[in-house]
Design a protein around this ligand. Structure first.
Ligand code: SAH
Ligand code: SF4
Ligand code: F3S
Length: 450
């Protein structure tokens, strides 16, 4: 008999992709996705540990499952992801109703762990991390996930040890996936109708660095190979540390027609002293040179970033330097966060000099100004023509369609045509809204359709 599986995913795209993989693996054991928690035979909580808040969110959701488990003792509860990896035994003690605690390297063992739990009915912890871990060959299920765009993981882990960051501890050392496996996955997806691929890794520019020099493929080489897969319409990737952004990667934006014009380049701070304490290994000047290089290689590229406010020792002048950098770069959008101390990351030992109230103040100033810049950047698109990839029809009104531009901007427009997700349409931007653009069909398209 088929069983119901409810998956709650918190965190980054790596976690989203891992959740898809776990669902696919369990499908083979007779589980089907179920959106109703109360009807579930098994629950997976895929957790994120990047900031204290994300961890609290995970614990409060896991805690809320206790009642369900009391009502249905056969319910299997598995906690995966970065909090599970980090907490292990501690989580078992705090949440005794959890059956399986597994780290990111153990997701492929999930069907075995489910079997084990059915027999043993006692908390299992699978959080071992190995230097020799290799991401198994695995072809995604075309029916499980969006039809037109997918994520493909190219590496796991991170070796950078930015002092604030927990990821090197939760995801382990960098492990690159075999190039032939990545290409096979992309070919499989594209042959099945997928039009857009996003390559995923915490630090994609280090792709291949863990492989022997003679067999190594660099990230720009990999990007070229993936871009050449026939039928792939759009290619994206995330995330890159600015210290590793090579001229070879910039050249890809000039050479590869299907590489989207968007670069997520997390800066974290605009002050050199703070960047050094964060162990980011670049200066503001070097970062600005990268920004210039990208804009030279691809003039209409959209740039987005991540920023942390209130890092230990961040002065008002340091914060002002971050604001100045934002004015210079004029990001299309930015994710910004209050610094959160994450043991065992190194910065936990640094004295916290910025009060929570002050962090809130700095974050509000930064986010307000970025919102204005985002609107100004949107405004610059008015009157220009863009190609959008259709995401779907608006539920609000007939004939209203929503898509994304190469820059990853959301574009809404009216059209009498019927599209499928993944179709391309050319539109002219008419108006800029808070978080999106409005457009109309290009004139000749309108005439054609009348
Ligand atoms: N690998 C990516 C970052 C992934 S984490 C990179 O290097 O760009 C996403 C973002 O979360 C980071 O860029 C950073 O801005 C933020 N972040 C990470 N640790 C944090 C912490 N301890 N407190 C606040 N924000 C944090
Ligand atoms: Fe964390 Fe730095 Fe690695 Fe990004 S590069 S995952 S911020 S340690
Ligand atoms: Fe969170 Fe782990 Fe991703 S900490 S951001 S789920 S790598």
């Amino acid at each position: 008999m088929l069983k119901n599986l409810f998956i709650e995913t918190i965190g980054c795209q790596m976690n989203m992709r891992d959740s898809e993989i776990m669902l696919q693996l369990l499908k083979e054991s007779g589980y089907l996705p179920c959106p109703d928690l109360a009807a579930a035979d098994a629950v997976i909580v895929n957790t994120c540990s990047i900031r204290g808040k994300a961890e609290q969110k995970a614990y409060s959701f896991i805690g809320s499952l206790r009642r369900l488990k009391e009502e249905n003792p056969d319910l299997i509860i598995a906690v995966a992801g970065c909090v599970a990896q980090q907490e292990g035994e501690k989580m078992r003690l705090r949440m005794p109703h959890v059956d399986i605690i597994l780290g990111p390297q153990s997701i492929y063992q999930l069907p075995d762990l489910f079997q084990q739990v059915a027999h043993e009915r006692q908390g299992i912890i699978a959080t071992s991390q190995s230097q020799d871990f290799a991401i198994p060959s695995f072809l995604p299920d075309l029916k499980n996930g969006l039809a037109h765009k997918r994520f493909v993981t190219i590496m796991q882990g991170c070796n950078n040890y930015c002092t604030y960051c927990i990821v090197p501890y939760t995801r382990g050392r960098e492990v690159s996936r075999r190039q032939e496996d990545i290409l096979a996955e992309v070919q499989h997806l594209v042959a099945g109708g997928v039009r857009e691929i996003t390559l995923l890794g915490q630090n994609v520019n280090s792709y291949g660095n863990d492989q022997p020099r003679s067999e190594r493929t660099s990230f720009p080489e990999l990007l070229r190979q993936v871009a050449a897969v026939p039928g792939l319409v759009r290619l994206r990737f995330t995330t890159s540390n600015p210290k590793d952004l090579s001229p070879a990667l910039m050249a890809c934006f000039q050479d590869l027609a299907n590489l989207c014009h968007h670069f997520h380049l997390p800066v974290q701070s605009g002050a050199n002293g703070v960047l050094a304490k964060m162990n980011r290994k670049y200066t503001v000047e070097e970062y600005m040179a990268q920004v210039l290089g990208l804009r030279q290689a691809c003039p209409d590229i959209s740039l987005t970033t991540d920023i942390i406010v209130g890092f230990p020792g961040e002065t008002v002048a340091d914060f002002q330097a971050t604001m100045d950098l934002m004015e210079k770069v004029r990001y299309d959008s930015a994710f910004s966060f209050k610094y959160s101390s994450r043991p065992p990351a190194k910065s936990c030992g640094f004295e916290e000099t910025v009060s929570d109230q002050e962090k809130v103040r700095r974050l509000a100033i930064l986010q307000n100004r970025q919102q204005e810049i985002t609107e100004e950047r949107h405004q610059e698109w008015v009157g220009k023509t863009m190609e959008v990839m259709i995401e779907g029809e608006s539920k609000m009104a007939n004939g209203q369609w929503s898509g994304r531009s190469s820059q990853n901007l959301i574009v809404n427009f009216h059209s009498p045509a019927i599209y499928s997700p993944g179709d391309l349409e050319t539109v002219t931007i008419t108006e800029s809204c808070l978080n999106s653009l409005r457009a109309e069909l290009k004139l000749e398209e309108t005439l054609k359709n009348d």
